[in-house]
Structures are given as C-alpha cells and as structure tokens.
Design a protein around this ligand. Structure first.
Ligand code: SF4
Length: 383
C-alpha cells in the first residue's frame, strides 16, 4: 500500500515552518537564507564554494529515510522505510511547487525593517537548490528528470545522501556537488549512530563510496563529529575517505538541536576548537588533501585535494555559468572544468579562541540560552 502523509503529520511539519509540496517533497527556508537577506552573512557553503545563501532553496524530494540517526534533528515519528512507498509526483510539479512555496515563505521579508533590499530582491530568483532538508532525497524515482529541469533553469544542485542506496548514486546524472555522509569510522559504530533499517548498511555505505569515487563531477564527504562517540578510529575514517576519493571533505561538529536532544547530550557537541584539532590530526593521514578553510559558527573545517591548489591559491569556488554550460552541452566534464578562485582561506586561530571562549561562557551560564542561540545553525547542520 502507498504511504500517505497524514493531515496531522502535515500540520506538524507546517508548524515547524515546512511546506509540504505534493505528496512526498518539502521546502523550508534555511536560517542562512534569512540571515543573508538581513545582511548578517552567508552560510559556510558561501565561504567554501560560492553559494549565495539568499538565492538558495532548501528542500527534499523525500520526507522518508532509511536511517534513524541519533544526531538527526528529526523525531522518531518522522517517516522511515527501505523502499519508495509513495505515489510519484512529476518533476515539473515538484520544481514549480517548491519554487512557489519557497517564494511564499520569503514574502514576509519584503517589508521587514532589517531586510537588505538588494538581497531580498535577488532572493526571488533561486540559483541553487540544496536537496538535503529532511529524509533521503535520492530515493525519488524521477530524480534524474528533476535534476535535468533544475539544470535547464540554471539552478545548481547539491545532494546529500546517507549512502544507503548505492545504485541510485551510481545512476545519478551529473550534479553540481554530490555529498555522502560518513557518520562513523567502522561498522559497529555506524550501527549505533545511524540506527539503519537495512541489515547490510555497512556494505551499502562501502558500495556507495566506490560509486562516489567514479563520479567525474564535484564530490564531497561529510563527517559529523559527535564528542565521545565517533571522534575516534582515524584509520577507519581514512579507509572510507580513500575509498570515496572525494574532491572535498567537510568535518563538522554535531549540533545539539531538535529531536537529537532526546538521544544525545549537550556534552556530545564538540567545540569548534575540537573540530579543528581532529581535522589537523586527520589531514596528517591524508597526504592527498590539505585544510583549506573553516566556518566558525558552523563548526566546520573544509579540506580539498591538493590538486585544487594552483600557483595563485585555492580553487574551490564554483563557476556556475560554466557548470550550466557544461551540463547542458551533454558532453563529459570533470570537477576541474568549473572552478573559481576561493577568496578567503585559512584557519583563524584568533577567531577560534574568541569564539570558544564565548561558547564556554554561555555553556557555563545556561544551556538553554545556547540552544536557542544555535537554532539557526540547525539549518546547515542538518544537511
Ligand atoms: S546552509 Fe545549505 S540550505 Fe542553507 S543557504 Fe547554505 S547551502 Fe542553502
């Protein structure tokens, strides 16, 4: 029998500022999109890759997922399943419906006193879609047709997958940047952290990494560090990273937000400084990579293959017009064909220390204060 989102579940999602699109997709305005419109800076993907946060739409083509990750902000009532169990909406309807819902959600910013007029006007033209909001987007059976439509609209695409559907990764058409989440360094820990539905979850992750390594376009592996749980077994991480052979690596701290608070504790959230120390240890074991940049509010460090460094600096930003030209040409291309120079690189020790001193102080004062403060971080943490 086909799954249906109950009216109650839909209402609950809408209460959390989601908009359900059709039968299985959802949109929600990212906290960074709002911040950028208010002139308060962009997300780490602006700093690392050149994504304009005010022109980004965050969505998923599947509300359902095959894992119950402990660190996920989703509650255990959120739909789960191994196979696709929904009626299939048409790509055109998802494209139009999600753009419409996104724009409506942003409407309120038009007359908002803190909105930057230029940034708000630009936000009406979506230029990027982050397919990573909730659930596992890659299971949508017509994903390639939807990607084609985004390409035709000159909207770049990032997909984040939990690596439980290797064949879907293998069969995916070129996208702007493809992510795999590697949530643990070994089989036993992956079971504890991801609580997968599939019994062959480890084989699925490894197969997915093999397929990732075969991709020609930009690829990235994301680690989510949970203090006292998966900040260990460096060799395990190295083996998985080498298997996936990504262009980029993001090492990001877990955020104590949403329903994850029922499963983990505040102490499981590493400080940025700890993410940096872990990254510095990890990079020593990855001779093909270097640390390029960090985003302190997001507690994330970005690595790139050394081949992305030219004589005049790092090239990790995306040349979007070039990407669209290449993808629409139908010809083969690689990650190196649509690069731009990264304007700001390096790890700022000063910023790190100040930031952590501030966080420590908050930590001592009142946990709730910090959690409220970090609500917006949920938006990029969850990807
Ligand atoms: S964090 Fe992700 S969803 Fe939010 S603006 Fe950046 S790329 Fe878009």
């Amino acid at each position: 029998m086909q799954q249906q989102l109950t009216e109650e579940a839909k209402k609950e999602l809408e209460k959390q500022q989601y908009r359900v699109v059709g039968k299985h997709s959802a949109v929600k305005v990212c906290g960074w999109t709002k911040k950028m419109i208010k002139g308060e800076g962009g997300c780490y993907k602006l700093k690392f890759y050149g994504i304009m946060s005010n022109q980004c739409m965050q969505m998923s083509t599947s509300i359902s997922c095959a894992n119950r990750c402990t660190f996920c902000w989703r509650g255990y009532k959120a739909p789960v399943g191994k196979e696709w169990e929904w009626d299939v909406d048409e790509p055109e309807d998802i494209l139009k419906g999600s753009l419409h819902a996104h724009k409506k959600l942003l409407d309120g910013f038009g007359g908002h006193p803190s909105a930057n007029k230029g940034a708000y006007e630009a936000s009406k033209t979506v230029r990027h879609v982050a397919l990573s909001l909730t659930g596992e987007p890659i299971t949508y059976p017509k994903m390639n047709a939807l990607l084609k439509r985004f390409n035709q609209e000159h909207i770049s695409t990032f997909i984040v997958t939990n690596a439980q559907y290797p064949e879907a990764i293998r069969d995916l058409e070129p996208i702007t940047q493809l992510y795999i989440s590697v949530d643990a360094p070994n089989k036993a820990l992956l079971k504890d952290i991801d609580v997968p539905l599939f019994s062959d979850y480890w084989e699925r992750l490894n197969k997915s990494l093999e397929y990732l390594a075969q991709k020609k376009e930009r690829t990235c592996i994301r680690l989510t560090l949970i203090k006292d749980q998966n900040m260990c077994d460096m060799e395990g991480y190295v083996a998985l990273i080498e298997k996936g052979d990504p262009d980029f690596l993001e090492v990001k701290g877990y955020m104590y937000v949403g329903a994850s608070q029922q499963r983990l504790t505040y102490a499981n959230m590493p400080m940025h400084e700890e993410v940096v120390v872990f990254s510095q240890e990890l990079v020593k074991l990855l001779p093909d990579y270097d640390i390029v940049s960090e985003h302190i509010p997001s507690r994330v460090v970005m690595f790139a293959k050394k081949t992305f460094q030219k004589a005049d600096g790092w090239y990790t930003w995306i040349d979007f017009p070039k990407f669209h030209e290449l993808v629409l040409s139908g010809k083969e291309f690689t990650s190196y064909d649509y690069l731009r120079k990264t304007p700001q690189v390096g790890i700022s020790g000063k910023g790190t220390t100040e930031h952590n001193a501030m966080i420590k102080e908050k930590r001592e004062k009142k946990k709730e204060f910090f959690v409220n403060e970090m609500t917006d971080e949920l938006e990029f943490w969850k990807e």
